[in-house]
Structures are given as structure tokens and as C-alpha cells.
Design a protein around this ligand. Structure first.
Ligand code: NAD
Ligand code: UGA
Length: 450
């Protein structure tokens, strides 16, 4: 049993802390958000993450998880202190905003114990060189006699399957100038039996950015292919399948759609491009990946304009608001940009989401939220699938067809079988799955339906 403190009880901090407690360690979750800590103490998970709430309750009962807002309570006894605070895009440039990391490192330094050795582990995604910067902060603020080492341990979990990703990671990456400290951190992960890569601080930090950038590049690549498919009459779903059987390519992250969102891909790509700019380089590929992704959201508007004509006064229903299924995270969610763009054009927008509705309404004034996927369709001129939640997979399309004012479905995730949708009397339009629907097809159905 090791004594561990995790600073930042968000998606990463909660997953890391609770899963480490589940392995038998003694974990203190430390956050400045008093409401969040109060909820955790009550056994309530402040985020939506499948399976994590149950693990929190079990480990609270077992006395292995403790939550606090006090550095003085959490840090002095800890052998390992993880920093897992947010690193959003800065306001003044595209780079990462390190103010939360700086505050956490400073406060933790002040609370290190003299005469005790602590390993400080950077789990937040941070610009290359941040490990050295954190070591400097520790040197400035730690009490005389405190011993410490800094290790970079980037996180690769996906929201929605964070517990599984912690328990069965593809790899664990550790970077440090003190190899012995990295080896000690490695012992926390031995039960996962994953390959452990020990390298220097900067390389570890870069592995994280390069991995996210590569995954995002695959998505923008397939979205560009989808656009070409659409013009030339090919089907990108089958193209991805045909490509994916090549073991050098693989099938993962080749789903065309409204593009990537979330708290990481967009901001990490921007931050990496910013670092390259600052180094006097021209990160052309990274910029193209971001541009294609932005255009992918606009594509939904283009499709709606082409099929509905003027958008003013029309009603559009959005199925799904979070950036992906199985999370309540709305950071950089494509649905929010689409809703804002529609509202600007004078469209009435209604949305339904199993986990993100309340917050979405706060973020997009004017967005109506409704209680079921069927309510989204009521009186709408078009229905747009933005997030592929499981509960949208088996909808009663005859009922939806009856609710709609015009029978149009835009499948922003290519989730549905086009023929099944068409056989229920709807016009189906996906992303790069054959020639675009001619507007006339919709008009003729619409006249029957209205
Ligand atoms: P989050 O916003 O969900 O959580 C961050 C938490 O840190 C918040 O609860 C906040 O109150 C707390 N906090 C801020 N400043 C603090 C301070 N000084 N002391 C104590 N607590 C403080 O963030 P997240 O999504 O968990 O991301 C954390 C980091 O991990 C980011 O760098 C992110 O890029 C990276 N990451 C995230 C994911 C993901 O799926 N969300 C995956 C891999 C890596
Ligand atoms: C992603 C990475 O997969 C994690 O490894 C990483 O740790 C994390 O970012 C991070 O650094 O925060 P996450 O953002 O939770 O995880 O979700 P993903 O499943 O990667 O999806 C990201 C976005 O890409 C979503 O909007 C999703 O809809 C979109 N996507 C994904 C596609 O459009 N097509 C695909 O083929 C795959």
C-alpha cells in the first residue's frame, strides 16, 4: 500500500486516484472546488464516467479514498503526488494555459515535508519542457531539506471508457531525469502488465502530444476522403473498412463524421502547433488537420442549406450534444458549434442528450432542450445525429417520421443503415456515403408530409 495524493479531481484525477485506490493504495483526492470534494465525500461522482462511481463507493467504504481541499492535509505524508489539473488553451495564444499547474506545483511545494522524499508526477498534458519548469517551482518553494523528483506520466485514457483504459492501458509512459524515480512510479502500474516505456522528461511529454495529433490526423484524413467520396459517389464507410484490413493501417479512428471535439484533441493540436511556431517551424499538417475539422462542423450547415433552402424560421433537432457518447463532457463539442451557427441563422434548435443537456443549455442560450429523442423530432424540418449514443441506435423511425415536419435525417456519424431509414420514408444524408441527396428528393417527400 503506497500513500498517494492526486491534485485535480476531474476526469483524469478521479480515474487515476480511484483506480489506484482500487489496487490497494491509500489515495487522497485534492481539489480546490469545495462542491466537488463534498460530493466525492458523499460517494457521488461529480462527472459522468461509466463504472467509476461504483469504484468510488467501494473504495470509500474500504477507507482507501479520502477527499480534501487542503494541501496541508493531503501532501506532507504522500510518497507520490500526481498533478492532474486542467491545461486548457490560453486566452492570449494557442498554447496551453499553465496557471493551474503552476498553482498546484507551488502549493504542493510549500507543503512538502522536510526530511522526506516525494515523487511529483505530472499527469496533465503539458508543453514540452514543463517538467523542468515544475522542478524549478519546487526548488523555489519547497522547504529546506525536502527531497523530491519530477516524473512525467502522460495519460492516454478516453472518456467513457476511462476505467478500462486505466486497468488495461496499451502502454505506460514515464519520463524523468531521475530514472530511479521513474522506476518507482512504474511499480504503481505493474498489475496492468502493460509495456512501460521509461524515457526523458521532454520525450515523455512529446509522446502524449504526438499520439493525440496522430489520432486527430487520422480523423481529418478520413473526413477529407469522405468529402471526395461524396463528390465522386463512393462510400467512405466501406472505404474505411477496406483500408482497415491492411494491418499497416488498421481500422481505428477512421470514422468520418462531424469531426473531433472534446477537451483534448483540439486544444492539444493547437498547443503543439503553437510550440512548433514558437520554435520557428511551420506545422502545416497540424494546421490542415485543425482546418479540416473546423470545416466538418460547417458541412452540416451546408447540407441543411442545400436541402432546406433558406434556414430562417426553420426548426432543427439535434440528437446528442456531448462531444462523444458515454460522457457528460461538452468541451469543444461539435453540437454546440452547430447549434450556435443555426441559431445565428434564425433557426429554432431543439436538442436531446442523455448526459449533457443542462450544461448545454447554459452554454448555448436559445437552445431548447427536450426530454426524449422523439420530442426532438416534433415539428422539425430536419433531424441531425451529432453524437452516437447507444440509445439512438434503435429508434422507431415510423414514429419519428410522423413527428417531423419534413422527413430529413442528417446522420453526422454515419451510424444508421441508410436503406432502413429510407424504408421508413425519410430522406437520409450521411457524411461521404455516396452522392449527396438532390434537394428535389426532399421537396417531394416534404409536400406529402407537411
Ligand atoms: P478537469 O477540468 O476535468 O479537472 C481538473 C480539476 O482540477 C478540476 O476539478 C479543478 O477544480 C481542479 N483544479 C484546478 N486547479 C487546481 C489546483 N490548483 N489545485 C487543486 N485542484 C485544482 O480536467 P481533465 O479533463 O481531468 O484533464 C486534466 C489534464 O489531463 C489536462 O491536462 C488534460 O489535457 C489531460 N488529459 C485529459 C484526458 C480526458 O479524457 N479528459 C485524457 C488524457 C489527458
Ligand atoms: C482522446 C484520446 O483517444 C485519448 O487517448 C487521450 O487520452 C484523450 O483524448 C486526451 O488526451 O484527453 P477522448 O477525447 O476521450 O480521448 O475521445 P476519443 O474517443 O479519442 O474521441 C475524440 C473525438 O474524436 C470525439 O469527438 C469523437 O467523436 C471523434 N472521433 C473519434 C471521430 O470523429 N472519428 C473517429 O474515428 C474517432
Amino acid at each position: 500500500m503506497r500513500r498517494i495524493c492526486v491534485i485535480g479531481a476531474g476526469y483524469v484525477g478521479l480515474t487515476t486516484g480511484i483506480c489506484l485506490a482500487d489496487l490497494g493504495n491509500n489515495v487522497t483526492l485534492l481539489d480546490t472546488d469545495t462542491k466537488r470534494i463534498a460530493a466525492i465525500k458523499q460517494g457521488e461522482l461529480p462527472i459522468f464516467e461509466p463504472g467509476l462511481g461504483e469504484l468510488l463507493q467501494q473504495n470509500l467504504r474500504a477507507g482507501r479514498v479520502y477527499a480534501t481541499t487542503s494541501y496541508a492535509e493531503a501532501v506532507p505524508d504522500a510518497e507520490f503526488v500526481f498533478i492532474a489539473v486542467a491545461t486548457p488553451t490560453a486566452e492570449e495564444h494557442d498554447g496551453a494555459d499553465l496557471r493551474y499547474v503552476e498553482a498546484a506545483a507551488t502549493e504542493l511545494a510549500r507543503n512538502l515535508s522536510a526530511g522526506r522524499r516525494t515523487i511529483v508526477i505530472n499527469k496533465s498534458t503539458v508543453p514540452i519542457g514543463t517538467g523542468d519548469w515544475v522542478a524549478n517551482i519546487l526548488a523555489q518553494h519547497a522547504p529546506v531539506g525536502a527531497q523530491y523528483a519530477v516524473v512525467s506520466n502522460p495519460e492516454f485514457l478516453r472518456e467513457g471508457q476511462a476505467v478500462l483504459d486505466f486497468q488495461q492501458p496499451d502502454r505506460v509512459v514515464l519520463g524523468s531525469t531521475a530514472t530511479a524515480a521513474a522506476q518507482e512510479v512504474a511499480t504503481l502500474y505493474l498489475s496492468s502488465r502493460a509495456p512501460i516505456i521509461i524515457t526523458d522528461l521532454r520525450t515523455a511529454e512529446m509522446i502524449k502530444y504526438a499520439s493525440n495529433a496522430f489520432l486527430a490526423t487520422r480523423i481529418s484524413f478520413i473526413n477529407e476522403i469522405a468529402r471526395i467520396c461524396e463528390q465522386l459517389g463512393a462510400n467512405v464507410r466501406e472505404v474505411a473498412l477496406g483500408m482497415g484490413y491492411d494491418r499497416r493501417i488498421g481500422r481505428a479512428f477512421l470514422d468520418a463524421g462531424v469531426g473531433f471535439g472534446g477537451s483534448c484533441f483540439p486544444k492539444d493540436l493547437r498547443a503543439l502547433a503553437h510550440m512548433a511556431d514558437e520554435a520557428g517551424l511551420h506545422p502545416q499538417l497540424l494546421r490542415a488537420v485543425l482546418d479540416i475539422n473546423r470545416d466538418q462542423r460547417l458541412l452540416i450547415m451546408e447540407k441543411l442549406c442545400r436541402l432546406l433552402g433558406s434556414l430562417e424560421g426553420k426548426r432543427v433537432g439535434l440528437l446528442g450534444l456531448t462531444f462523444k457518447p458515454n460522457t457528460d463532457d461538452l468541451r469543444d463539442a461539435p453540437a454546440l458549434d452547430i447549434a450556435r451557427a443555426l441559431l445565428e441563422k434564425g433557426v429554432h434548435v431543439a436538442g436531446y442528450d442523455p448526459a449533457g443537456m443542462e450544461r448545454a443549455q447554459q452554454l448555448v442560450p436559445g437552445l431548447e432542450t427536450v426530454r426524449t429523442p422523439y420530442d426532438v423530432a416534433k415539428g422539425a424540418d430536419a433531424l441531425v445525429l451529432v453524437t452516437e449514443w447507444n440509445e439512438f441506435k434503435q429508434l422507431d423511425w415510423n414514429q419519428i417520421r410522423k413527428h417531423l415536419r419534413r422527413p430529413l435525417l442528417i446522420d453526422g456519424r454515419n451510424m444508421y443503415d441508410a436503406e432502413r431509414i429510407r424504408s421508413a420514408g425519410l430522406v437520409y444524408e450521411g457524411i461521404g456515403v455516396g452522392c449527396p441527396t438532390p434537394p428535389v428528393a426532399l421537396q417531394s417527400h416534404a409536400h406529402v408530409n407537411i
